[in-house]
Write a protein that binds this ligand. Structure first.
Ligand code: SF4
Ligand code: SF4
Length: 107
């Protein structure tokens, strides 16, 4: 299994999650983070760290966000690893909790 970053990370990107991952499996894009499913060891540490509640165990991904499983795997191959927390976008709180943000995903 793996853990998956879902819709609510888009445009929030608080990055709290990256500090706790023991195997550095988070990859960073312009306004979203993904988890590399080939590296994730299912340690569960990142899930409670996310202030946006955007991280799910693969089996618990909400039905309307199932496409994020493949999206994490694909973008993890394209984006660089991130291991240190950084400032969130200035308007992150404004976007936190908004639904269906996939159209705003920058690649
Ligand atoms: S803590 Fe949550 S919102 Fe922030 S980057 Fe990680 S997954 Fe995205
Ligand atoms: S479950 Fe563990 S290994 Fe997987 S992404 Fe989260 S912190 Fe990293």
């Amino acid at each position: 299994m793996t853990f998956v970053v879902g819709d609510n990370c888009i445009k929030c990107k608080f990055t709290d999650c990256v500090e706790v991952c023991p195997v550095d499996c988070f990859h960073e894009g312009p306004n979203f983070l993904v988890i590399d499913p080939d590296e994730c060891i299912d340690c569960t540490l990142c899930e409670p760290e996310c202030p946006a509640e955007a991280i799910f165990a693969e089996d618990d991904v909400p039905r309307e966000q199932l496409e994020f499983i493949a999206l994490n795997a694909q973008l993890a191959k394209e984006w660089p690893v991130i291991t240190e927390m950084k400032d969130a976008p200035e308007d992150a709180e404004e976007w936190n909790g908004k639904k269906n943000k996939l159209e705003y995903l920058e690649r």
